[in-house]
Design a protein around this ligand. Structure first.
Ligand code: ADP
Ligand code: MG
Ligand code: MG
Length: 879
């Protein structure tokens, strides 16, 4: 078998596609040789050798050894120097490199092959003893600390004391003699820590280094990284052994790293840094301040020209922005690495669109290039990147974007403050949030909690609104009595500013300016390209005209879910809602409902007007009624409600007690509410139809879709549909105006999926409520997963949180059954297409969108700020 792949000159055994076998670095070194870019010769020991190394109990397989020795000879021939030659040795670097770049893998060892004897040879041959000893002391340090596991600090300590003794600041100020002395001290450190002399046989150095690279594959840090990133199925790491070129040979030498375009903005400019007279990681290690790449034009005009040519050649060849490493030895340029460059979301969009405009790639490729989730970066107000910030704590990044606001410690305080000072930016700071808090949460600019995870109430609600949110900030202590919070020994009083970065989880004291998102320029262009290819329609989940308008601006093609209960929390009607719940009989409920109805109608009028010409799906009341009442121990809240509704605290707690359920998510909610209290459903249907009539009269086009939640058996739907039609007919007759409307159902119970054929006989559309469907299918309450979900994910019991991405094998199978049965029964009965969509949180998750495309849905619905993400994901699904 072939274990070793050579590269050098203008040829290579491997190529850029062989990442699995040669690792990313090795594959691209081969590819660069093949396209005529100057690369020092070398060879790559494959990832299969790494696998065999472990199979054989940490031994390099015997068959690989002659191939390694052979490949080394080839490098000697190509480079014109011999490894181990005491007078003019070939030196090499030993570099790790798996198929995916992986922090935690072994650092590169440079200058390998130097010995006490050959360092003299190099000094003599180059006439540059300073360079020779500098290279040697670096080898002892790198070899000792990366291959033998010594403390780098022990070497650093010697370096510092030497610089101190000589009264110099920079490494480059040390003389040849100083460095020679330093080599002695480094060797002493090595001997003391390893218990052996620094190896004087270059081959021994080489094989120890190769072993060390393989060992690093199963080092703790690398294993941990693969676990977190869920990287599986890799064979191991490759080892690259490559002839050294030297950036530390004086002022005509240097080393640098660069991106072919700006990775922050995407601008088509050469972007990077270099250092004169330096080696390897000096540029990134911050030993000296590097120079911007443009300045290389002055320092080394010829090299700069050549580098600019290589930049163009690489982009032309890879058709992608590249991240490159190079070294200049006495005026001669060598490339040491190229790979696809990491970039921000904004840069990804700009680069994709500009490359398509430059005809480097086509539009379809541009659409494929941008990770849908990375658009988040363009969709949130961002903390102004130009501002200086001091991070005082870190929580969990729950909903991206940056926000500053004055600290308020309860949702009620937010509501009160906003009423008096509507333009103040407020940060709601809580231990956690609950449905009672939504009004205050909505008014806040951002939300910060000290407990909870990515699936906590605060996180889910904030993401839905595109509101920056940091949760689980455990370093923060809240003192409600004193009206203060303390973080990292600093105290912030209610009313003082705090800032969160929901993209990173950072928390800062004080105010940081933000910049607003908009869908213009390259972003808008990319979206139009995506729209040309996608098949899925994208709708939005919106309950307010403002959200609906924002979503329309982002390209939503209708509302897929309007949650009417959000409207019930409005402060102009919550009292009437509570009165309705507290009423002892139908008459009392009807009286209260009559107060709510005008508000509901007005809400729907607002939505229909904004969505002129597009469908609007309105879900009838879904949550259990007790969610609208204060919790059992909230006496102050109950007093307030008692005042509002003209009853007593006792009466309220009595009703709260009556409504109490062991498991409200599986309790008296969804279609069960209007089945028991038909007057609630009637009111909502009347409000919808009358609003539709009103807007139609204004000459707009209205397409209401009434959606009944939590249907499990078709009889529920039959009863409610019949009643809704009766109410609608009555409204239309009274007004003398007809409107077209549909009545459909959510499919969010396993039974509904299984019985979808029956349900489809009555429903005019299906909308999968995958939040409930997931919890009902798994039997997990989504609010109670925090105790076990981390273990499930860590132990790979589940590959991913099913509330984030649809569980394809379980919940997804139920969805397929629902679609298949639903459509089959429809074609027979009604001879018409059954419209099917999804309105759970999953509608904005790119992987779930792909799945929805694959199983033949008509649309996905997601929060306004995820509409562009869903558009892009839908396009990618169709490609
Ligand atoms: P990483 O994967 O951490 O980027 P590399 O293997 O790319 O590590 O090595 C880091 C740096 O070491 C390179 O950027 C380059 O500056 C230097 N280097 C590696 N191999 C050589 C070589 N053959 N000649 C000169 N410098 C080298
Ligand atoms: Mg590198
Ligand atoms: Mg539901």
């Amino acid at each position: 078998a072939k274990y070793v792949y050579s590269f050098g000159g203008k040829t290579a055994d491997g190529d850029g596609k062989m990442k699995d076998l040669l690792g990313g670095k090795g594959a691209n070194l081969a590819e660069m040789c093949k396209i005529g870019i100057p690369v020092p010769p070398g060879f790559t020991i494959t990832t299969e050798v790494c696998a065999a190394y472990y199979e054989q109990g940490k031994k390099i397989p015997e068959a690989a050894v002659p191939q390694i020795d052979e490949a080394l000879k080839k490098v000697e021939a190509e480079f014109g120097k011999k490894f181990g030659d005491p007078s003019d040795p070939l030196l090499v670097s030993v570099r790790s490199g798996a198929a995916l770049s992986m922090p935690g893998m072994m650092n590169t060892i440079l200058n390998l092959g130097l010995t006490d004897a050959s360092v003299e040879g190099v000094a003599h041959k180059t006439g540059n003893p300073r360079f020779a000893y500098d290279s040697y002391r670096r080898l002892i340090d790198m070899f000792g600390s990366t291959a033998m596991g010594l403390e780098h600090e022990h070497f650093e300590h010697e370096l510092h004391s030497m610089k101190h003794a000589k009264g110099v600041k920079l490494d480059t100020d040390l003389s040849a003699d100083d460095l020679k002395e330093l080599v002695k001290r480094y060797k002493a450190v090595y001997k003391k820590d390893v218990g052996e002399d620094f190896p004087q046989d270059p081959k021994k150095q080489l094989y120890l280094a190769i072993n060390a690279v393989f060992n690093s594959w199963n080092g703790n840090k690398a294993i941990e990284y693969r676990r977190i990133e869920r990287i599986t199925g890799l064979k191991g790491t490759a080892v690259n052994v490559q002839a050294m070129v030297f950036g530390n040979m004086g002022n005509t030498s240097g080393t640098g790293v660069a991106f072919t375009r700006d990775p922050n903005t995407g601008e088509n400019v050469f972007y990077g840094d270099y250092l004169i007279n330096a080696q390897g990681e000096d540029v990134v290690a911050g030993i000296r301040t590097p120079e911007p790449i443009a300045k290389l034009h002055e320092d080394m005009p010829k090299v700069y020209e050549q580098l600019v040519g290589i930049r163009a050649a690489l982009e032309k060849h890879y058709k992608e922005m590249q991240d490159i490493e190079f070294t200049v030895q006495e005026g001669v340029l060598y490339m040491l690495q190229t790979r696809t460059g990491k970039r921000t979301g904004s840069a990804a969009v700009r680069i994709a669109v500009e490359m398509a405009n430059e005809k480097l790639i086509d539009e379809t490729t541009a659409v494929k290039r941008v990770a849908p989730d990375s658009l988040n970066h363009l969709l949130q107000p961002q903390l102004d990147p130009k501002s200086k910030v001091e991070i005082v704590a870190q929580g969990i990044a729950a909903s991206p974007g940056g926000a500053s606001g004055i600290v308020l410690l309860s949702a009620q305080a937010v509501v009160d403050h906003a009423a008096k000072h509507p333009s103040d930016a407020i940060m709601l700071v809580r231990k956690e949030t609950s449905p009672e808090d939504v009004a205050g949460m909505h008014l806040a600019k951002g939300i910060l909690t000290s407990t909870g995870g990515k699936a906590s109430h605060a996180a889910v609600v904030a993401r839905g609104w595109g509101k920056p949110c940091v949760v689980g900030c455990e370093a923060m202590k809240i003192d409600e009595a004193a009206q203060t919070i303390s973080i990292a020994g600093k105290t912030v009083k209610a009313g003082e500013f705090i800032t969160i970065n929901g993209t990173t989880g950072d928390v800062m004291i004080g105010k940081v300016p933000t910049v607003a998102p908009s869908m213009t320029g390259d972003f808008a262009t990319l979206m139009t390209w995506a729209d040309k290819v996608r098949k899925l329609k994208i709708r939005t989940n919106a309950d307010s005209p403002a959200d609906a308008a924002k979503a329309r601006e982002f390209g939503a093609q209708g509302i897929g879910l309007c949650r009417t209960e959000h409207m019930f929390f409005g402060k102009d009607r919550i009292a009437a809602v509570r009165e309705m719940i507290l009423a002892p009989d139908v008459a009392g409920r009807e009286k209260a409902l009559a107060k709510i109805e005008p508000f509901q109608r007005a809400d729907f009028v607002g939505l229909f007007e904004v969505m002129d010409g597009l469908p609007v799906t309105i879900r009838l009341l879904d949550p259990p009624l007790h969610e609208f009442l204060p919790q059992k121990d909230n006496v102050a809240g109950a007093e307030e409600v008692a005042k509002q509704t003209g009853t007593t605290v006792e009466k309220i707690f009595e009703r709260v007690e009556e409504l109490h359920e062991m498991n409200p998510m599986m309790g008296f909610r969804g279609c069960r509410l209007p089945l028991v209290f038909p007057e609630i459903g009637d009111m909502q249907v009347r409000a919808i139809i009358e609003a539709a009539i009103e807007v139609k009269k204004k000459g707009k086009s209205v397409l209401p879709e009434i959606m009944i939640p939590l249907v499990g058996v078709v009889e529920e739907l039959i009863i409610l549909k019949k009643r809704a039609i009766a109410v609608a007919e009555e409204c239309m007759k009274a007004a003398g105006v007809q409107v077209e409307y549909q009545i459909g159902t959510m499919i969010e119970l396993p039974r509904a999926c299984i019985a979808a054929d029956k349900i489809a006989e009555e429903a005019e559309f299906f909308s999968f409520g995958t939040n409930d469907l997931t919890q009902m299918t798994f039997g997990f309450s989504r609010d109670d997963i925090k105790g076990f979900m981390p273990t499930y994910l860590k132990d790979k019991i589940l590959p991913i949180d099913p509330f984030q991405t649809i569980d394809f094998n379980g919940v997804g199978e139920l969805m397929k059954i629902g679609i298949q049965k639903g459509r089959a029964s429809r074609t027979a009965k009604h001879n018409q297409h059954l419209k099917i969509g999804i309105c759970g949180e999953h509608g904005g998750d790119p992987d779930s969108v792909m799945f929805c495309h694959a199983i033949g849905m008509d649309y996905v619905s997601c929060s306004p700020f995820r509409v562009p993400i869903a558009r892009l994901a839908a396009a990618q699904a169709a490609l």
